[in-house]
Design a protein around this ligand. Structure first.
Ligand code: SAM
Length: 388
């Protein structure tokens, strides 16, 4: 946990899940710069008495600080991340605020019908920014105050062009502590065109049972433009099984792995899990477009397998994230492997694909007492561990 100091008070903030070994803060100079601007804007403080929407606030630093001002209208947070929402709830509580002090919305929910202040923490994915500004633009009016924020390394000419094209004239502030603000003045009825997301692409011919099928990708989803080479290696080497079984596509992204499991065994029941709402919407659309009738599927927003009934999964398929919310850590993969061990029944199997250099086999052997290499190429390896 760490303390964010602002002119309006200090806030104790942490990421989710909290990990004492994790030195990464839940806020940064870009959040502080934006909060300061709201009070110290040239020409007077920003009027926060209307509907304030905060897009892509990472761990809830912005909405926690805004909710602490006890505004007449509760701020609306729009997030793609289940982890980000859980962090927000925990951070509100840590700072003596009720869970309902903020209205939590996902990037897939309908936006509020009027937006008076739009604060944007520039997301890593330009596609997600484009998609979300397309969704919000109809609810922005000429008087809406739009302010973006990010570290200088996160704001590019292409970022500014998206604001300019979808909302109106855009300029940036000076950099302060390596953070920058974006000011945008919404213009009347811009010819913004249609949101290009979601997009679809056909899978290549060497992708096992899903070869040639169409996958649907919402903006910001992993490998949204083409099939990842690691995923392809797993798809080409999936287990062939029959009979009723519970399969989990863990960290499902656009759901191509879980779809393959459903096509390979039409008696399987598949649970797709991801922490990204854009990913889950993609997986559901991909599944509905291609899955055989009668296969049961569930789409669950969660932190890996936390909350999953122990000892009930027969097969877990996983291409773990390597970069986790900008942390370069394999902590998420390790949590996913631990969670898998608990979620599997005895005799159940975890299949993992990863970069060779990540050494996942060492972790799996330590946890499961066994680990076999099913397939490999110069870059990736597919591993199988059995719960004995
Ligand atoms: C490497 S991608 C794999 C996506 C997909 N399975 C594929 O192979 O194309 C990892 C996925 O894990 C998800 N993820 C990251 N952290 C997670 C967590 N704590 N719980 C659930 N999913 C998570 C990411 O959103 C991402 O979709």
């Amino acid at each position: 946990m760490d303390r964010m100091t602002t002119a309006r008070g200090d806030f104790d903030l942490a990421r989710f899940p909290e990990d004492p070994r994790d030195q990464l803060r839940a806020w940064d100079a870009a959040d502080v710069y934006l909060l300061r601007h709201l009070d110290e804007r040239e020409g007077g403080p920003v009027d926060l008495s209307g509907t304030v929407v905060v897009l892509c606030d990472r761990w809830g630093a912005l909405v926690t600080a805004l909710a602490a001002r006890r505004p007449a209208h509760r701020p609306v947070q729009i997030s793609d991340s289940f982890l980000g929402q859980q962090a927000t709830l925990a951070n509100l509580k840590r700072n003596g605020l009720d869970a309902d002090a903020v209205r939590l919305r996902t990037t897939r929910d309908a936006p509020p019908d009027r937006i008076d202040v739009l604060l944007v923490r520039v997301p890593k994915s330009l596609a997600l920014l484009e998609d979300q500004l397309h969704r919000l633009a109809p609810y922005v009016h000429e008087g809406t105050v739009v302010v973006g924020t990010g570290m200088v390394t996160e704001i590019h000419t292409s970022t500014l062009k998206v604001f300019e094209r979808l909302l109106g004239p855009t300029r940036t502030s000076l950099a302060v502590r390596k953070a920058r603000l974006i000011f945008c003045s919404p213009g009347p009825g811009l010819p913004r065109g249609v949101d290009p997301w979601p997009r679809s692409h056909a899978l290549p011919a060497d992708a096992g049972v899903v070869s040639g099928l169409t996958v649907v990708n919402h903006a910001g989803v992993f490998s949204a433009e083409r099939l990842d080479a690691g995923t392809r290696l797993l798809l080409r080497n999936l287990p062939t099984r029959t009979g009723p079984e519970h399969v989990v596509d863990l960290g499902c992204g656009n759901g191509v792995i879980g779809l393959a499991a459903a096509l390979a065994n039409d008696e399987a029941e598949v649970t797709f899990i991801d922490e990204s709402y854009q990913a889950l919407a993609s997986a559901e659309a991909t599944f509905r477009a291609n899955a055989p009738a009668g296969v049961t599927a569930r789409f669950v927003a969660a932190d890996g397998l936390s909350g999953f009934p122990p000892g009930t999964a027969d097969l877990i398929l996983n291409n773990p994230p390597f970069h986790s919310h900008r942390g370069r850590t394999d902590a998420t993969a390790w949590r996913m492997f631990n969670g898998s061990r608990a979620a599997l029944r005895r005799g159940g199997e975890l299949w993992v694909v990863g970069n060779r250099h990540l050494g996942y086999h060492v972790k799996l052997r330590r946890l499961f007492g066994n680990c076999e290499v099913v397939a490999s190429d110069p870059k990736f390896v597919v591993l199988r561990a059995v719960k004995r």
